[in-house]
Design a protein around this ligand. Structure first.
Ligand SMILES: [Fe+2]
Length: 265
């Protein structure tokens, strides 16, 4: 069994760990009263499908389209169990994903599936989650909030309070706005798709906002002094992490700097 299954405060979660060279990352799916939130990468299909078969799953909500969240969605489409995702990516999910090779190796393929558009609420058994649009990590990203549980499922929006690299296309000003939006809800624990359950979730979100606002201020100051994106990156983020090499700069500190400058032009 490559995945670990645990339960906490009425929420069941399945965790897998992926390693490549010196880099490793956990990925979590959460099950709340018949509502599955994200469904894991296909690299662990056999184990995840065993987990799905052992539990009553009525609905699946995907926080966003990335393959580590949607890799096993094809199985639910085969079973006739509804899968919901943001309306902007419905068509792309109906085709097999074309992934960069490092993502294919890391997470596995993402087969086509047939999702339905997620609305502003989604139901499990005796539970309703509010769906909150939280773009920034990806344009289609949503978070789910259960008032009964005081739980916030944040997909890939939180992950770490001090990111030094972002995925190409991630947007710092949007991430800040989305995190601020989440603070309006009454929650303590955040259920992150990579960091797992974070008990002091509100504090971590606040720290991340503070960090990204400080980074934004420094980037804009240096840019106003005439520094370009690469120069600012070298000064603010001098170390190039392993992930940048593995991904051929798909993950890079430049994306932090660039998204801030582009937003403020
Ligand atoms: Fe993601």
């Amino acid at each position: 069994m490559k995945i670990q299954v645990r339960q906490q405060n009425g929420i069941t979660y399945a965790k897998a760990r992926v390693k490549m060279v010196n880099y490793s990352l956990n990925v979590y799916t959460y099950l709340l009263n018949g509502l599955l939130i994200d469904c894991g990468p296909s690299r662990f299909s056999r184990d995840f499908i065993n987990f799905f078969q052992e539990h009553n799953i009525h609905n699946v909500a995907l926080t966003h389209f990335h393959e580590d969240h949607s890799g096993n969605a094809f199985w639910f489409s085969q079973q006739g169990i509804p899968v919901y995702i943001h309306k902007s990516v419905l068509n792309s999910c109906k085709k097999k994903a074309k992934l960069p090779i490092y993502r294919y190796i890391f997470w596995g393929k993402r087969e086509s599936f047939l999702p339905q558009p997620i609305s502003d609420r989604i139901e499990g058994e005796n539970v309703t989650c509010k769906v909150v649009e939280t773009p920034g990590h990806s344009p289609d990203h949503v978070a789910l909030y259960s008032k009964e549980q005081g739980a916030l499922f944040t997909g890939d929006l939180v992950v770490t309070p001090r990111p030094t690299v972002l995925l190409r296309g991630e947007n710092v000003p949007q991430i800040i706005a989305s995190l601020r939006c989440l603070l309006a809800y009454d929650f303590s624990t955040v259920y992150c798709a990579h960091a797992g359950p974070i008990r002091n979730g509100r504090e971590v979100i606040t720290k991340k906002i503070d960090y990204l606002e400080t980074v934004t201020g420094k980037v804009l100051e240096l840019h106003q002094q005439g520094w370009d994106i690469l120069e600012i990156r070298k000064r603010m983020f001098p170390k190039t992490p392993m992930l940048s090499y593995i991904s051929a700069k798909d993950w890079a500190s430049e994306h932090i700097v660039e998204s801030i400058i582009m937003h403020n032009q």
